[in-house]
Design a protein around this ligand. Structure first.
Ligand SMILES: Nc1ncnc2c1ncn2[C@@H]1O[C@H](COP(=O)(O)OP(=O)(O)OP(=O)(O)O)[C@@H](O)[C@H]1O
Ligand SMILES: [Mg+2]
Length: 465
């Protein structure tokens, strides 16, 4: 239980961020402290070396003044004996190490003779941390020499300051640690609360409750962007859900009507004894309705394949004029039956890379509508021309037309201006939607406009590749 709580605590975002801040801050503090400590130590030694160098200059001047090394050393020793802050000790030797003069106890500081180093530090008492800084140099006097002088002083003062600095740094580290943990936790609290809120609201949102949205946090940061993205995603999911619900309702409605009609016809037929001609007529009607049902199911299947992007295009270079004439010939007898003036106004030879079967279906759907919604003795005109590197195909009729307000909806699935307008030839409202999907997968466009006088013109544009 305790270990579970521990795991939960350390997996919290604010805790993780606080730990991260703290480790980073500690590392930075350590690096900076080490750097400043090293610089301080370096500067102290530099300062001490300068003092020692000055003392050596004074000593050599004294020797020159007295024209005697021992006398000069003695006088210099008397001069420095009252020094408190940086007491100096020195030794003068010949170049082969024979001591000419040394201040008392110098040999306890440095027992061996010449070191051949300019500056160096010796530790005399490890336990008491007694350290000396020594400056060694050579000088000539009265054309004699070279003589070696070693000037030493205790580094106690500087060492004490350095030690205090080190202690201060080490005592500041736990404070920095605590402060950074607290600040880190405090700063990370806000994003944590916002994320908790996002999680809580997102958990509440289910398929039954898709209208709920995340409240937008103030500011313009990444959390606001994330919230906006989640809300946008929810908008899309909600509209997809609505579309699916609507689609299911439409499909069941469209299937129920013809099935009820078939059932009704059969019930009437079997309600009493009838002659063979009556039964044949009933069967004929049922067959027609079942054909319509099969067409609708096929259309729905095709739409579902478009939705799943599994439309399996079989592209080949085809003369569009040939396809238009083929469909014209197919619809001509039906148009003639209604005494419709059905003509091809212009038909240019245009080759395009298309799926033959799908383009035939597109033309069939458009011509089927034109014939269906054009009353007897009216006209239907077809044309195919090239316009701005595109094939422009028009199906224009002088039929019952489409109200301006419905034009934007006619390409939606199941949309019908008024189902009663089709009379007996009632479809499902899928034809134009399929046309749009076919044109889109070929990289083209489709539009419908009302004619100035009457009827409507459908224009399909397909790229000529
Ligand atoms: N040439 C046209 N003239 C007048 N109205 C049209 C024409 N073409 C389409 N419409 C209107 O647009 C609606 C949608 O057409 P669409 O082809 O999608 O469906 P449908 O013909 O009713 O049924 P389906 O094509 O599935 O058998 C039609 O119901 C009709 O109201
Ligand atoms: Mg149609």
């Amino acid at each position: 239980m305790l270990s579970k709580l521990k795991v939960q605590f350390f997996s919290r975002l604010d805790v993780k961020l606080a730990v991260f801040y703290t480790v980073a801050l500690l590392l930075i503090s350590l690096i900076l402290s080490s750097f400043f400590y090293y610089r301080l130590q370096h500067n102290f030694l530099k300062q001490i070396d300068r003092i020692l160098k000055d003392e050596v200059t004074e000593l050599t001047l004294e020797i020159e003044e007295d024209h005697d090394i021992v006398k000069g050393c003695k006088e210099f020793f008397e001069d420095i004996s009252y020094r408190e802050s940086y007491p100096v000790f020195f030794r003068v030797m010949t170049h082969d190490g024979v001591s000419l003069w040394e201040s008392e106890n110098f040999s306890t500081i440095l027992s061996d003779g010449i070191k051949e180093k300019k500056h160096f530090t010796v530790t005399v008492d490890q336990r008491k941390k007694l350290r000396y800084r020594i400056y060694e140099t050579r000088f000539t006097f009265n054309d004699q020499g070279p003589f070696v002088v070693q000037m030493a002083t205790k580094t106690k003062r500087a060492d004490k300051i350095l030690e205090n600095s080190l202690q201060n740094i080490f005592s500041a580290i736990p404070v920095v640690f605590l402060l950074s943990i607290c600040c880190g936790m405090y700063i990370a609290q806000k994003p944590r609360k916002i994320l908790q809120n996002i999680t809580a609201v997102t958990r509440r949102i289910t398929s039954q409750n898709l209208a709920e949205r995340l409240p937008l946090p103030p500011g313009q940061d990444e959390i606001r962007d994330l919230t906006l993205t989640i809300n946008f995603m929810l908008d899309n999911i909600e509209s997809s859900f609505d579309e699916i619900k609507q689609f299911t309702a439409d499909v069941s409605h469209e299937l129920r009507n013809p099935l009820s009609a078939v059932k009704g016809e059969i019930e009437v037929a079997v309600s009493r004894k009838r002659d063979a001609a009556d039964y044949r007529e009933t069967l004929h009607n049922c067959l027609e309705r079942i054909d319509n049902l099969i067409k609708m199911v096929n259309d729905l299947f095709l739409i579902s394949r478009f939705d799943a992007k599994k439309y399996d295009l079989k592209l080949s270079r085809i003369n569009l004029a040939g396809l238009l004439r083929e469909m014209y010939i197919f619809f001509l007898p039906i148009a003639r039956e209604k005494h419709i003036h059905f003509v091809i106004k212009r038909c240019d030879t245009l080759f395009a890379s298309v799926d033959r079967h799908k383009i035939l279906q597109l033309l069939s759907n458009l011509m089927d509508n034109a014939v269906k919604f054009t009353p007897d003795n009216e006209s239907i005109t077809l044309s195919l021309i090239e316009h701005r590197h595109e094939a422009e195909l028009r199906v224009s009729d002088s039929g019952i037309g489409i109200p301006e307000g419905d034009l934007k909806n006619i390409f939606k699935r199941f949309y019908q201006v008024d189902p009663s307008r089709s009379g007996d030839d009632r479809g499902a409202g899928l034809g134009l939607h399929i046309c749009k999907r076919i044109v889109e997968v070929h990289g083209g466009s489709i539009s419908a406009v009302r004619n100035k006088t009457k009827g409507v013109t459908f224009t399909v544009r397909l790229p000529l590749k």
